[in-house]
Ligand binder design. Structure first.
Ligand code: FAD
Ligand code: NAP
Length: 521
């Protein structure tokens, strides 16, 4: 018996119903939830029709399997028979059929590259492609010539697409006690949020985000280093120094052995997600069903989640890796507007609603203090510059759609001097569901630029505030420009249909695409 609650079918708000990125959403039939799929894959049923045999698949063979009842799809060179999965696909059968008999890698990456298909579809694996099918060209070439020792020489860069001159490079040097790796990004304005470092045992991984590209240093170090490391960033020249403390005062002849993706520079979206294990250090109640989880990053990790971005959490549930996105918040809403650099960078705070039938959140809720959970690098399309030029910021949040607004509010009120107004319209079912109501009201009292309105869809007591659902009439009043030519930004986040409707209303009200930012996966 699997240790998860039985499920009938995902409720309308379920992520199992809503495919990411505003794609098609279909109600799944009863008995077709993710948990039901996991159960089926563990049942011993032959999911490929090949009785466990793995085969080499030619392009011609792949193309033949292009019908719902016989559908093969290639993802990153591996071919899966997805026919048994059709009815379980949250985005619907038609979305899956778009890739029938072809290489679906690009389509998959566009919609939900974070979904762990290797684990979810492992029982559907037919085999490998004999010859790689035609797919959109990637930005990176092979790294084979890199398979030599890193002897301090700057190796050849492997970049296509981006100008060679813009490709970062690195160098390293040592003292008796330290190893310093200097990365020259050739870009101004590199800051701490753009540098992600992990060092586990002797394995060093350093990723630098340069616009939409990612530069990766990935080395099996020649000798052991201590857990704590330092990072120095010279913003003006774009130089990043990683300073490692040697465990033993030996002279290093080489830095180490390059790992698979070492010294590559590629589109960020083509880089696989990297996870590190974080320790759960506290879990506090926010409302009757929502908790604030505080995770401690490993000492040898340098990671700051930028405003408006999310991370993925990964857990093994009933033997299958399940991944879900969550948007880090602050431990509380600061009222005194300190510089963000003063905030604690060793912890990640997540405000998570525990659904009584939720697959992932139930497992999360079972975690004990001291347990570990895998946390990915940050992702998301929001850019701070969207706020930096605004005079009025309107935030529309529903339920936990409030989470991206937390850092955004703090950033806007702390760092954006041209903002005259910041208004939050927060939709919830009942008063008991309102997250951080007290703190929001305190903030509104303290800062005259900030205003908050709570809208309840199912008020239970004598609610004197507004009630209802997101609508054009509610919005037209709320998002009105205070001056005819005010530069505005409207951010919206909540259940996918809420966000979609909101975006449509705003469009109908005459707001341009640049003025509206919907948070999606
Ligand atoms: P699911 O199993 O997907 O179910 C969700 C809902 O469906 C619940 O109401 C559940 O009760 C219901 N349901 C599921 N199965 C059944 C069933 N069989 N019968 C009846 N009802 C059912 N969430 C947060 O709380 N905080 C965040 O910061 C956050 N950030 C996000 C960021 C992004 C970019 C995105 C896209 C989503 C974010 N989410 C966040 C949502 C989160 O990713 C998950 O979707 C959410 O936690 C639900 O996961 P689950 O597996 O527990 O629920
Ligand atoms: P909820 O409690 O179910 O709903 C919050 C409010 O939104 C309620 O008033 C609800 O009204 C209303 N609402 C729900 N569905 C609606 C719809 N289709 N149209 C109009 N109004 C609707 O919300 P929740 O359970 O906290 O869920 C939050 C959602 O936000 C999740 O789907 C999560 O994935 C998403 N989220 C996304 C991000 C991101 O960055 N993309 C970040 C965090 C959260 P009624 O229920 O009364 O109808």
């Amino acid at each position: 018996m699997l240790n998860v609650p039985p499920q009938a079918f995902p409720a309308p708000s379920s992520q199992q119903r809503a495919a990411a990125g505003g794609r098609a959403k279909v109600p799944l039939k009863p008995g077709r939830s993710l948990m039901d799929w996991i159960r089926l894959t563990k049942s011993g049923k032959d999911m490929t029709g090949l009785k466990g045999r793995l085969i080499e698949v030619t392009e011609d063979e792949l193309a033949k399997h292009n019908k719902k009842e016989d559908c093969w799809i290639c993802i990153r060179g591996f071919v899966y028979n997805v026919t048994p999965y059709m009815e379980y696909h949250p985005g619907g059968e038609d979305e899956l059929m778009k890739a029938a008999g072809t290489d679906g890698t690009d389509l998959f990456d566009q919609v939900h590259r974070w979904v762990n298909y290797e684990s979810m579809l492992k029982e559907c694996l037919v085999g490998r492609m004999a010859v790689k099918p035609i797919a959109a060209p990637k930005e990176i070439t092979s790294v084979s010539e890199e398979k030599k020792q890193l002897n301090g020489m700057l190796p050849e860069k492997k970049v296509l697409g981006a100008s060679k001159d813009l490709t970062p490079s690195y160098d390293w040097f040592q003292t008796d006690s330290l190893i310093t790796i200097a990365i020259y990004t050739k870009q101004k304005g590199i800051n701490a949020e753009l540098v992600i470092l992990d060092c586990e045992e002797k394995r060093l991984r350093g990723e630098i985000i340069v616009d939409d590209y990612s530069y990766l240093l990935e080395v099996d170090l020649n000798h052991a280093v201590q857990e704590d490391m330092a990072v120095n960033i010279a913003e003006k020249v774009g130089k990043v120094e990683i300073i490692l403390k040697k465990k033993d005062t030996v002279h290093w002849k080489i830095l180490g052995q390059p790992l698979e993706n070492h010294n590559t520079f590629m589109k960020r979206t083509d880089r696989g997600l990297f996870y590190r294990k974080c320790k759960l250090v506290s879990k506090t109640e926010v409302t009757h069903d929502t908790k604030l989880f505080c995770l401690l990053l490993p000492e040898s990790t340098h990671l700051r989640v930028p405003t408006g971005q999310h991370v993925y959490l990964k857990q093994i549930i009933a033997g299958t890796e399940v991944v879900k996105p969550y948007t880090p918040v602050l431990p509380f809403l600061p009222l005194d507007f300190q510089e963000p650099s003063c905030h604690d960078s060793a912890h990640i705070y997540l405000m998570i609603k525990i659904y009584s039938c939720g697959l992932f959140t139930q497992a999360l809720d079972r975690l004990q203090i001291g347990d570990y959970i895998s946390v990915s690098n940050p992702e998301g399309s929001f850019k701070k510059s969207q706020v930096q030029n605004s005079e009025e910021l309107f935030l529309l949040a529903a339920g936990t759609g409030f989470t991206p607004m937390v850092k955004l509010l703090n950033f806007a009120l702390t760092e954006v001097s041209c903002l005259r107004t910041v208004k939050l319209m927060f939709f919830n079912r009942t008063e008991d569901d309102i997250l951080w109501r007290n703190q929001l009201e305190q903030l509104a009292l303290k800062d005259e630029r900030f205003e908050v309105q709570f809208i309840l869809s199912q008020p239970v007591r004598d609610w004197v505030g507004k009630q209802g659902m997101i609508s054009s009439s509610l919005l037209s009043e709320f998002v009105k420009r205070s001056r005819k030519d005010s530069k505005v930004l409207i951010c919206i986040c909540g259940p996918a249909p809420f966000t979609e409707q909101g975006v449509q209303y705003l469009k109908d009200l005459g707001y341009s695409q640049e003025e509206v930012h919907p948070f999606t996966a």
